[in-house]
Ligand binder design. Structure first.
Ligand SMILES: [Zn+2]
Length: 176
C-alpha cells in the first residue's frame, strides 16, 4: 500500500492547469533568478542533510519525473526520433528552457549526444570542476524512456560550469 503523500506530483494539481486563471495580471512568466534561487537553496539544504551524492541522485530522480510529465504534456504526438527532437527543440525554446540540439545520433537510436545552449539551470554560472546539470540528466532520461519504453543512461559530459559554455549530454540505451 502506498504511504500517504501530501505532494504527489501531477501536472494539473501541482503546476496548475490554467495560468490565465492562476495569474490573470502577472501571466505565466517569472525570472531565471527566481527559478535558480529555488533550485539552489533546495539543493544546498539537501546536500547539507544527505550529502552531495544523495542530493544529486534526488535531483536526478525528480528530473526523470519531470521529463516524463513533460513528455506527456508537450511531446506525446512524436512518433519518431526526428519529430521528437523537433518537438523538444520547439518546447524548450518556447518555454525558455534552453536551445536544444541533437549533435549526433546512432542510426539504431541506441546513443545520442544532445546539447543545450543557454541552459536554464547553469548558463552563466561560475566555473567549477564538475558538471551540475543532474536534474537535466534525469529530465532527458525521462523523456527518452517515456518515448521509447526502453531504459536510458544519461550523463552530462560538458557543462557551462566546466568551461564548455554549453551543456552536452550523452544518452545511451540500456541493454534490455
Ligand atoms: Zn550544464
Amino acid at each position: 500500500m502506498e504511504t500517504q503523500r501530501k505532494y504527489k506530483f501531477d501536472w494539473d494539481n501541482t503546476v496548475g492547469a490554467d495560468m490565465q486563471v492562476a495569474r490573470p495580471s502577472l501571466g505565466p512568466n517569472t525570472r531565471i533568478e527566481v527559478y535558480r534561487l529555488f533550485q539552489f537553496t533546495l539543493r544546498d539544504v539537501l546536500e547539507q542533510h544527505y550529502g552531495t551524492e544523495a542530493a544529486d541522485s534526488l535531483f536526478r530522480e525528480a528530473g526523470v519525473m519531470a521529463g516524463k510529465a513533460f513528455f506527456e504534456k508537450f511531446l506525446s504526438g512524436a512518433d519518431n526520433v526526428s519529430s521528437l527532437t523537433v518537438k523538444i527543440h520547439e518546447a524548450f525554446t518556447q518555454l525558455g528552457i534552453g536551445i536544444f540540439r541533437v549533435e549526433s545520433a546512432e542510426t539504431d537510436n541506441s546513443r545520442f549526444i544532445f546539447t543545450v545552449d543557454e541552459d536554464l539551470d547553469c548558463s552563466g554560472l561560475a566555473d567549477t570542476a564538475d558538471v551540475v546539470c543532474v536534474y537535466d540528466e534525469g529530465f532527458i532520461r525521462g523523456v527518452l524512456e517515456c518515448f521509447s519504453g526502453k531504459g536510458f543512461d544519461v550523463k552530462e559530459i560538458d557543462c557551462w560550469c566546466t568551461g564548455s559554455r554549453t551543456c552536452r549530454f550523452e544518452a545511451k540505451m540500456l541493454a534490455s
